[in-house]
Write a protein that binds this ligand. Structure first.
Ligand code: ZN
Length: 499
């Protein structure tokens, strides 16, 4: 059935989307949730398996304490209430990547409920997204549809992922736009990374997202029928899929139809959702308490231990950077999206004594080069101390800001420190008036027309002269001195009024 055309923007604006997200995060444990197999991505298929995670008869699960600790950290970092007793249950369904025929999860009594994640709202200000729950469960295996000589005729199954520990983090339906959903994911990922709960790597599947979405006419309190979108494997796809699905639902409602409750698959190549199955209800899974595991009793000391092990979290750090270093909120939020970036900035800011300049360099040049190279800040060829050295050279007027950009490129390519490059390449800023005055005089003498125009009151002509002097000096001239000398040479007395 072809989808109805996307409604016009003013029609869309008459509807309010209501979005809830379910995020699955793999925990950074050494071993799986209920057995001693390694929890590691990228091994040869079916090499990290044992009778427990293969679901062989008679094998019994044993809960991984480290997984519980990491789940507790996630719960505390998002302000959830941890429940003293939670219960593992069997979620029964058949799929080829699930050898046991059920997944061990938590249902009626989850580990934690009722947290909060703060995001920047679409209309400005902060929005608090309520978390319904965080529960623990095991991952399933993975079907392999491509990359083998027999692909195309049949699919393979890799059970290395079967039994890998997950937490599922479920929001209340508090999000009101694809942008807010995106902001929530960015904020949640930052919390999980700071707390060292998950590596947050979406390409490797350690963070996965499903979205529930419905629309209602603005001003109506009743919720519309929702659909669930699966297979959202990047933040960008979450926003794209939601945008598409919201428009589809509005089109259905506008045409007098009814949105069906169903599960949809997002196809990123075609940019559309396709129906996967009518929505299953909880009772379809025949949940019942896992008979091979006792209820999970979390003792107070574990919660204390988890709380003590939490570092400063992104929101706290954002507020601290803004106040301690007098940074704009924008800078503070960019710099704190990753803990390692915030660490890098703070080291550079302290060493340079100029936080705002350090922030500018990190946000623009450093992050840009890291993205180009596809590497993390931990392997940056320019250390925080080296960046601070560059900032100090600019602040001392030893080099111009323009030259500094070139010096930075060379530092990145060679790993050398700024002073060594500046000295060897002769890039010292020309601040000496006697040397600059000769160049200024020469430029003025050769451009009588522009000089007359400046003297005639066209202030912008000064910029043209500055450009000429910069060109003559290969960008090394100190712009403040050049401005002063040009004004003098062009006749300060005859400069435009108001200077
Ligand atoms: Zn195993």
């Amino acid at each position: 059935m072809p989808a109805p055309a996307r409604p016009a923007e003013d029609r869309l604006a008459g509807y309010e989307p209501v979005i809830g997200l379910e995020v699955h995060a793999q925990l950074l444990t050494r071993t799986k949730l209920f057995c001693a197999c390694a929890n590691r991505f990228g091994a040869a298929p079916n090499t990290l398996v044992c009778p427990v995670c293969l679901g062989l008869p008679g094998a019994l699960p044993v809960l991984n304490r480290q997984a519980v600790m990491l789940a507790l950290r996630a719960a505390l970092a998002t302000g959830c209430t941890v429940h003293q007793t939670s219960v593992f249950e069997r979620k029964n369904y058949f799929y080829p990547d699930l050898p046991k025929g059920y997944q061990i999860s938590q249902y009626e009594r989850p580990l934690a409920t009722g947290g909060l994640v703060t995001i920047a709202g679409t209309g400005g200000g902060e929005r608090r997204v309520r978390l319904a729950r965080i529960h623990m469960e095991e991952d399933a295996g993975k079907l392999l549809h491509e990359g083998f000589p027999w692909s195309g005729e049949k699919s393979g199954v890799d059970l290395n992922r079967a039994g890998v520990p997950l937490i599922e983090i479920v929001t209340e339906p508090d999000l009101r736009s694809p942008e807010e959903a995106h902001a929530y994911l960015v904020a949640l990922r930052a919390v999980l990374l700071y707390a060292e709960v998950s590596d947050g790597n979406m390409e490797e599947g350690s963070l996965r997202c499903d979205a529930n979405v419905s629309v209602r006419r603005r001003g109506t309190p009743a919720l519309g029928t929702r659909t669930e979108i699966k297979n959202l494997n990047s933040f960008r796809n979450v926003a794209r899929a939601l945008d598409h699905e919201i428009a589809r639902q509005v089109a259905v409602v506008e045409a007098g139809g009814e949105v069906l409750q169903e599960t949809l698959l997002w196809n990123p190549d075609r940019g559309e959702t396709v129906s996967m199955r009518s929505k299953e209800e909880a009772h379809d899974y025949r949940y019942f308490p896992e008979p091979d595991l006792p209820p999970l009793a979390v003792v107070a000391e574990w919660i204390e231990e988890a709380r003590r092990s939490l570092p400063e979290l992104p929101e706290e750090r954002r507020r601290r950077l803004a106040s301690e270093y007098s940074l704009p909120d924008y800078d503070a939020s960019v710099l704190t999206q990753e803990r390692s970036v915030a660490d890098y900035f703070e080291a550079a800011a302290r060493a340079s004594g100029n936080p705002k300049a350090s922030s500018n360099w990190v946000m623009t040049e450093v992050l840009r080069k890291l993205k180009e190279d596809g590497r993390g800040i931990a392997s940056s060829p320019v250390s925080p101390a080296a960046l601070a050295g560059l900032v100090r050279l600019i602040d001392a007027s030893t080099i111009s800001g323009k030259i500094a950009k070139d010096v930075f490129e060379r530092m990145w390519a060679t790993g050398e420190e700024a002073p060594a490059i500046v000295e060897r390449e002769g890039l010292l800023q020309l601040s000496d008036d006697s040397a600059l005055a000769a160049i200024v005089a020469d430029v003025v003498a050769r451009s009588p027309e522009q000089a007359a125009s400046y003297r005639g009151g066209k202030a912008a002509a000064l910029g043209w002269f500055v450009g000429q002097v910069m060109r003559q000096t290969g960008g090394r001239a100190n712009p403040h001195r050049v401005n002063a000398l040009l004004r003098r040479a062009l006749g300060e007395a005859k400069a435009p009024a108001g200077r």
